[in-house]
Ligand binder design. Structure first.
Ligand code: AR6
Length: 171
């Protein structure tokens, strides 16, 4: 059977999927990393919609339109800052994936792409973060069969690509 979980290397803003996920911060008003890239590519209207959302708590997710992106929606989630969440980092990171997928299902999203949340500026080690990402997504899809068809894990470096690839091969 064709796999539902796929790892790719590249720029998430270029993907023609129903929704891309943004590794945002509490303000939802943009920043560096993948957040900056998404806001630049989507344009000013994304920022204007984000201003109406009232921010977002760590582990939660909010949805907007994709504007100039090929993706129809952007799902903004706020990852944990590694070492600053009182030991709740793993649960909070898992919540990012679960809450993003729950919003995706509610908006009839069939194809969705995640960046490696929290593993850049927020310092989460890629080895543990990628395991949480893959197992949380897999468990969600197993529970809610028939909604989301494809989940892309979008990596930005060769090292991250290989780590995700090995994890997916071991499933
Ligand atoms: N496409 C895919 N992945 C990317 C892209 C891209 N265009 N650009 C960067 N990455 P980070 P965080 C990778 O720092 O750790 C922001 O300032 C990157 O190499 O973007 O959750 C927010 O506003 C890394 O592997 O997100 C927050 O303040 C991964 O995306 C804070 O950073 C995540 O790195 C969030 O930090």
């Amino acid at each position: 059977m064709e796999s539902k979980l796929i790892v790719i290397k590249g720029d998430i803003t270029k993907l023609n999927v129903d929704a891309i996920v943004n590794a945002a911060n509490h303000s939802l008003l943009g920043g560096g990393g993948v957040d900056g890239a998404i806001h630049r590519a989507a344009g000013r209207e994304l920022y204007e919609e984000c201003k109406t959302l009232g921010g977002c708590n760590t582990g939660d997710a909010k949805i907007t339109k994709g504007y100039k992106l090929p993706a129809k929606y952007v799902i903004h989630t706020v990852g944990p800052i590694y070492g600053r969440e009182g030991g709740n980092e793993a649960d909070l990171l898992a919540n990012c994936y679960k809450n993003s997928l729950t919003l995706a299902v509610a908006h009839n999203v069939r194809t969705i792409a995640f960046p490696s949340i929290s593993t850049g500026a927020y310092g989460y080690p890629i080895e543990t973060a990628s395991k949480i990402a893959v197992t949380t997504v897999k468990n969600f899809l197993d529970e809610k069969k028939g909604y989301v068809e494809k989940v892309y894990f979008v990596t930005f470096s060769d090292t991250d690509f290989k780590i995700y690839q090995n994890l997916l091969l071991s499933l």
